[in-house]
Design a protein around this ligand. Structure first.
Ligand code: COA
Length: 259
C-alpha cells in the first residue's frame, strides 16, 4: 500500500504512522484522513502487530488541525463528510485491538488534539502545544473534542479549552492528566517505541481486553463496568495466556506469549 500524505513503517510488532505534510504543519485534509483510515485498518489486521505509534513529520507539529485552506468556503454537506471521516479514523484508533500511542512532537491543535485524544496513551515532547482553537475560526471541534476532552480532563477545564480557544503547553496537559508523560523532544520517539515494545511483550489477550474495558468503562455506569471487568477477568483464565504468564513467573523466566 503506498501513500502520499502519510508514512507507514513496520518494525516487528510496532507500526508507526507519520502524518507527512510538514509545510502546513501536518494539517488534516480529506486525503490525509482517507489514507489514515486505510493505514489504520491495515494495522488493525496486520498479523503480529501489537502497537501503533502516531506522530507528525518535522520537529514543529504533530498535527495543527484541519486544513483551513481546504475547509474555507465549504458548505454543510462537505463539512458533514469531513467530520464523518475524522470520527471514523478516531473511532478506529479507539476500537482497534492494538495499543495506540500518540507521540506529540509539537503543535497538536484542533483535530490534532482530537486525534491524540482518540489514542490510548499520549506522550508529549516538552515543546508540544495542545488546544481546541476552532471558535477562533467560528467553528467547533468536529472530530470528537466536545465529547472526549471533558472525559479526559474534566468538564470545567475542557470548557475553558473549547470556549476560549487558547493553547496549552505540554506541562499543562500533563497536570490535567491528558498526557501520560513529557519527554525531551529528541527522546520522544525512542520513548514511544520503548513503551510500544514493552506493551508488545505483555500478554496480548490481556492487553487487548484491558484496553477495551477502559474505553467501554468510561461510558457505562460504574456497576456495569465492574461486572464486565469481573466477567472478562474470569474468561481470560480459559486461555493459554495466564497459564503461561503465571508458570513463567514461578519458573523465574520470561513468558512466551503467542500473538
Ligand atoms: N491549515 C492549513 N494550513 C496551516 C494550518 C492549518 N490548520 N496550520 C498551519 N498552516 C500553515 C500556515 O498557513 C503556514 O503556511 P505558509 O507557510 O504557506 O504561510 C505554515 O503552515 C506554517 O504555519 P505558520 O502559521 O506560519 O507557523 P507559526 O509558527 O507562525 O504558527 C500555529 C503555528 C500552529 C500557531 C499556526 O499555524 C496556527 O494557528 N495554525 C492553525 C491552528 C488551528 O486553528 N487549527 C484548528 C483548525 S480547525
Amino acid at each position: 500500500m503506498s501513500f502520499k500524505t502519510i508514512i507507514v513503517e513496520h518494525d516487528g510488532p510496532v507500526t508507526t504512522i507519520t502524518v507527512n505534510r510538514p509545510d502546513v504543519l501536518n494539517a488534516l485534509n480529506l486525503d490525509v484522513l482517507k489514507e489514515m483510515k486505510d493505514a489504520v485498518w491495515a494495522t488493525w489486521t496486520r498479523e503480529g502487530c501489537m502497537a501503533l505509534i502516531l506522530t507528525g513529520a518535522g520537529n514543529k507539529a504533530f498535527v495543527a488541525g484541519a486544513d483551513i485552506a481546504q475547509m474555507q468556503g465549504k458548505g454543510p454537506a462537505w463539512a458533514a463528510q469531513f467530520a464523518e471521516l475524522g470520527h471514523c479514523v478516531c473511532g478506529m484508533l479507539e476500537k482497534m485491538p492494538r495499543v495506540v500511542i500518540a507521540a506529540v512532537n509539537g503543535f497538536a491543535l484542533g483535530g490534532g488534539t482530537e486525534l491524540s485524544l482518540a489514542c490510548d496513551i499520549i506522550l508529549a515532547g516538552n515543546r508540544a502545544v495542545f488546544g481546541q482553537p476552532e471558535v477562533k475560526l467560528g467553528i467547533i471541534p468536529g472530530f470528537g473534542g466536545t465529547a472526549r476532552l471533558p472525559r479526559a480532563i474534566g468538564r470545567s477545564a475542557a470548557m475553558e479549552w473549547i470556549l476560549a480557544g487558547n493553547t496549552w503547553k505540554a506541562e499543562d496537559a500533563l497536570r490535567l492528566g491528558l498526557v501520560a508523560r513529557v519527554c525531551e523532544p529528541d527522546a520522544l520517539m525512542d520513548e514511544a517505541v520503548k513503551l510500544a515494545r514493552t506493551i508488545a511483550s505483555r500478554g496480548p489477550k490481556a492487553v487487548q481486553a484491558a484496553k477495551r474495558l477502559v474505553h467501554d468503562g468510561l461510558s457505562i455506569p460504574l456497576d456495569a463496568a465492574l461486572r464486565t471487568e469481573a466477567s472478562v477477568f474470569a474468561n481470560l483464565f480459559d486461555s493459554d495466556e495466564p497459564r503461561e504468564g503465571m508458570k513463567a513467573f514461578l519458573e523465574k523466566r520470561k513468558p512466551e506469549f503467542k500473538i
